[in-house]
Design a binder for this molecule. Structure first.
Ligand SMILES: Nc1ncnc2c1ncn2[C@@H]1O[C@H](COP(=O)(O)OP(=O)(O)O)[C@@H](O)[C@H]1O
Ligand SMILES: [Mg+2]
Length: 323
């Protein structure tokens, strides 16, 4: 895995003085770069340390759990890079133990904001957005081709949405795509990987960030869906398209639907691909947006309950999500 140099001392100090409610008021200064559905991405420290992006995963109950997550993470990135041939943003993980708490940080090179897919689509022409989407489809297609070739033996769960890619060499001052578009992938915090048909990532880890009063219903209603949808090429495609609603570019959706359908009709990962329809994308988006909005609202209730009970709430939550 390509290296980044992690300052463990800085992270230890950050952990000690962290204010998860207001990370920017922590003893070691921090700034939120962006919120994903799973992680809050931070910049930590002073000038010289600001070249890195930090994703904090505080849900581990013991060292062993944290260690096996790190091993799976390495394996996932290794398969993406060395067997599938994707470019992955240079990064590494580090495990910290503090007062019985086990936290893993994913540390990556910090990417320029404007070069990340969901920002870039706001300054590219529709024709260039089509080229960008095609580049994303080509990269994502490699993953699902691999899955098909290694079915039942080794498969990768993959989230190809536009906000998970960075355009290499993109210049925000002259926002053009070059002749050859080079993309790098960075959303590696949920290393879904199946060996001999068996999921290697413990889903309970990701349930822990859910309010305890909701865990049973999430387990019942959503877990199966979340753990399987990222292995299904068509569902990943619908998600990719629907994301243009979230990113406030519904005007681009008809074009993106056509691009995806044309690409998929020709590609091998999609033998028998049923074309995606606008209605389907709309319905999917409505449901998805509702789920995430509701989920965040419940997490905030959970945070208040923790406060009432005088218990520490370890997760950093967004104020609101744009949906
Ligand atoms: N290395 C990075 N540098 C700068 N910003 C990043 C980096 N990684 C992620 N981000 C920002 O944070 C968002 C969420 O990160 P991501 O890794 O996709 O997590 P999630 O699994 O929660 O979607 C991204 O869409 C991007 O805007
Ligand atoms: Mg993401």
């Amino acid at each position: 895995m390509p290296e980044v140099k992690i300052n463990a001392q800085l992270l230890r100090e950050f952990e000690k003085g962290l204010n998860p409610r207001f990370p920017e008021r922590s003893q070691v200064p921090a700034r939120v770069l962006d919120y994903g559905e799973i992680s809050t991405v931070l910049e930590i420290g002073v000038e010289s340390e600001k070249g890195l992006a930090y994703k904090r995963l505080p849900m581990f109950r013991n060292e062993e759990e944290a260690r096996s997550y790190q091993a799976l993470y390495d394996e996932y990135v290794n398969v993406l890079q060395n067997r599938i041939g994707l470019r992955v943003v240079p990064g590494d993980t580090i495990r910290l133990a503090d007062r019985g708490r086990f936290v893993v940080y994913i540390v990556q090179e910090k990417l320029p904001r404007e070069a990340i897919g969901h920002r870039a689509i706001h300054c590219l022409s529709p024709a260039e957005v089509t080229r960008l989407v095609l580049a994303v489809l080509r990269e994502t297609g490699k993953v699902f081709d691999f899955n098909q070739q290694h079915k039942g033996e080794l498969e990768i769960g993959f989230d190809g949405q536009i906000s998970n890619w960075v355009i290499v060499g993109f210049d925000p001052a002259a926002p053009r795509l070059s002749e050859e578009i080079r993309l790098m992938y960075f959303d590696t915090s949920t290393p879904l990987l199946r060996k001999n048909g068996e999921e290697q990532l413990d889903p309970e880890l990701f349930l822990r960030s859910a309010p305890s009063f909701l865990v049973w219903i999430i387990r019942l209603l959503f877990l199966q869906d979340v753990m399987t949808r990222y292995y299904d090429f068509r569902q990943v495609m619908v998600d990719l398209v629907a994301n243009f609603y979230k990113e406030q570019r519904p005007d681009l959706i008809p074009g993106v639907v056509d691009t995806v359908n044309e690409f998929c009709a020709a590609g091998m990962q999609a033998s028998g691909f049923k074309p995606i329809t606008m209605e389907e994308v709309r319905a999917y988006y409505r449901e998805d947006a509702w789920i995430w909005r509701t989920y965040l609202a419940f997490r905030k209730i959970d945070r208040s309950l923790h406060r009432l009970l005088g218990r520490e709430y370890p997760y950093i939550l967004p104020e609101k999500i744009q949906r």
